[in-house]
Design a protein around this ligand. Structure first.
Ligand code: NCD
Length: 310
């Protein structure tokens, strides 16, 4: 048993825990809206450190806002790759050891597995805020909660995961959660160069999750509850030409929206770089900005779990 609570991989968390997480997130939302979060959670003696070795806007600020909304304190090193001791050659293991005075550390790193190694040191609670093409669990938790809020359920859904299924860590984390809710079908919509890694396909097979690979969103858009679009992860491509060959192959636009059922939703972890036409933003089914907003409340609930409040 580890000494601390860590969040590294979504498959580690059972359904009962997820149910509680959604309840805690809804309570956090209501506390923020009533302007009583600081008084209610009283985290003024708690310190969170954010260590980001890769760019971020939403994740870093929403973890920071989550902590400060509850009265806690936040330190961060922006661009840790250049400005922290990593630039001098310090190992991630040593870095985490010296941060053990914090109450929790949120880490984003370009290399898969590194955040897990830091958590395995077990000197301070660690949240994985993205480890290269590995996972991004807090995003997947907020995605699942968003689906529950928007559609009223998570079971038996018809989902399309679209875009960069190869490098997209939000996809890699969400798929484990979706699998827990016995989806009716998971459509994997990507060019062959960006298809889902073998180990995840094997996971779906092993758990008898119905899925199909599909090249064209228009063929299946009429039979969906959730369309989850993603950005092609340019940072993992060797050169620009390879990226341009696959970028923006399929866009969610007015034509796709005409096919999509009236009660379906469109999601995206953001940032988008052309794969969703902004002209559809005003469509009530476009849920991505509501999804991003849910991140604040859900991260408040995660912080509270990490420090043992529930
Ligand atoms: C995602 C990420 O960093 O993986 N962004 C985010 O945290 N919302 C998605 C992306 O960068 O494409």
């Amino acid at each position: 048993m580890p000494n601390f609570r860590h969040i590294v991989l979504t498959q580690d968390f059972p359904l009962e825990w997820l149910d509680r997480l959604y309840i805690e997130s809804a309570e956090a939302e209501s506390a923020v809206k009533k302007k009583i979060a600081r008084t209610l959670y009283k985290l003024d003696e708690y310190l969170m450190i954010e260590l980001f070795y890769q760019p971020s806007t939403r994740t870093r600020t929403s973890f920071g806002a989550a902590m400060t909304r509850m009265g806690g304190q936040v330190l961060w090193t922006e661009n840790a790759r250049e400005f922290s001791s990593a630039a001098k050659g310090e190992t991630p293991e040593d870095t985490i050891r010296v941060l053990d005075y914090a109450d929790l550390v949120v880490v984003r790193h370009p290399e898969e597995g590194v955040v897990g190694r830091m958590a395995a040191m077990d000197v301070v609670p660690v949240i994985n805020a993205g480890d290269g093409p590995g996972q991004h669990p807090s995003q997947a938790f907020l995605d699942a909660w968003t689906i529950k809020k928007e559609l009223g359920r998570l079971d038996g859904l018809r989902v399309a995961l679209m875009g960069d299924l190869k490098y997209g860590r939000t996809i890699h984390s969400l798929i484990y959660l979706l699998a827990k809710y016995e989806p009716r079908i998971i459509n994997l919509v990507s060019p062959p160069e960006l298809s889902l890694p073998e180990e995840l396909i094997a996971y779906l097979d092993r758990h008898h999750i119905p899925y199909r690979q599909c090249g064209d969103i228009k063929q299946i858009a009429a039979d969906l509850d959730v369309l989850y679009q993603t950005r092609v992860q340019k940072e993992y491509f060797e050169n620009e030409a390879d990226y341009l060959r696959v970028a923006r192959r399929q866009i969610v636009d007015g034509e796709v929206m005409r096919l999509l059922p009236s009660l379906a939703i469109v999601m995206h972890p953001l940032p988008r770089v052309g794969e969703i036409d902004p002209a559809i933003d005003s469509d009530p089914r476009a849920a991505y900005f509501r999804q991003a907003r849910n991140g604040l409340y859900l991260r408040m609930a995660l912080i509270n779990w990490i420090i043992g409040r529930w």
